[in-house]
Design a protein around this ligand. Structure first.
Ligand code: SF4
Length: 222
């Protein structure tokens, strides 16, 4: 892994301002490569009830002002970037405080509308934010949180080596993917596609191997 190797060697400038890409790309890529290519290569965005709920939730979080309470300073809508990952974006919320030893703790918090998922997409996005903040603030961030709107709970995410390596590897892949500029083919996966705002545009079922016309029509009617 070239980028991770650069970090280990202390040479953490793999990208420059001209080839930074949107940090949200990593969540889209981890979720579905076709979704990522439609959004970040073709520039298409389609809203559904899930994305609308997520957008409204983020807008509310970003409207809140920075504040300090109980020894914790909270900042919202914080610009972040990393020349190691080659990403630029915004963190929803960052908390700053000191531990018992007087060490400064930086904690990113990402807001999501749904509930905790089995896949790692949301955790990878948060880890990418943490790596951005570490690079910008020259600090080490051990953990962050994802607040899920449906359950109204924070999930603690510890940035273990495995998660960091996965994040760095994906970041490198994404740069190659975006540079190639080829839209991925659709592959239907019930758990992903049925929630995806691109479902009717993408029609992943029709991209599967050919099915008899009467069966196809029957499925569409159902
Ligand atoms: S409908 Fe499925 S294949 Fe198409 S973009 Fe969404 S998740 Fe990807």
């Amino acid at each position: 892994m070239r980028v991770y190797g650069l970090m280990m060697a202390g040479l953490n400038m793999a990208y420059d301002d001209e080839n930074l890409i949107a940090l949200s790309c990593i969540q889209h890529y981890a979720y579905c490569k076709r979704q990522c290519s439609l959004i970040h290569i073709e520039g298409i965005w389609i809203e559904n009830v899930f994305t609308a709920e997520g957008r409204i939730m983020h807008e509310k979080v970003h409207e809140e002002n920075s504040k300090t309470a109980g020894g914790v300073k909270t900042e919202t809508s914080v610009p972040v970037r990393s020349y190691v990952l080659g990403f630029i974006g915004k963190a929803d919320v960052i908390e700053y405080c000191k531990n018992d030893k007087g060490e400064k703790l930086v904690t990113p918090i990402e807001y999501k509308r749904g509930k905790s998922k089995l896949d790692n997409c949301d955790r990878i996005q948060l880890c990418a934010q943490a790596i951005c903040l570490e690079e910008m603030m020259n600090c080490k961030i051990k953990k962050g949180f994802i607040f899920y709107g449906k359950t109204r709970r924070r999930e603690e995410i510890v940035f273990v080596d495995e998660l960091r390596k996965e994040t760095i590897k994906l970041a490198e892949e994404i740069h190659e993917f975006i540079k190639a500029g080829v839209t991925s083919k659709a592959e239907y996966e019930e758990n992903k596609c049925d929630r995806c705002s691109f479902l009717s545009y993408c029609m992943p079922k029709s991209m599967q191997k050919a099915v008899p016309a009467d069966k196809y029509l029957q499925e569409e009617v159902e």
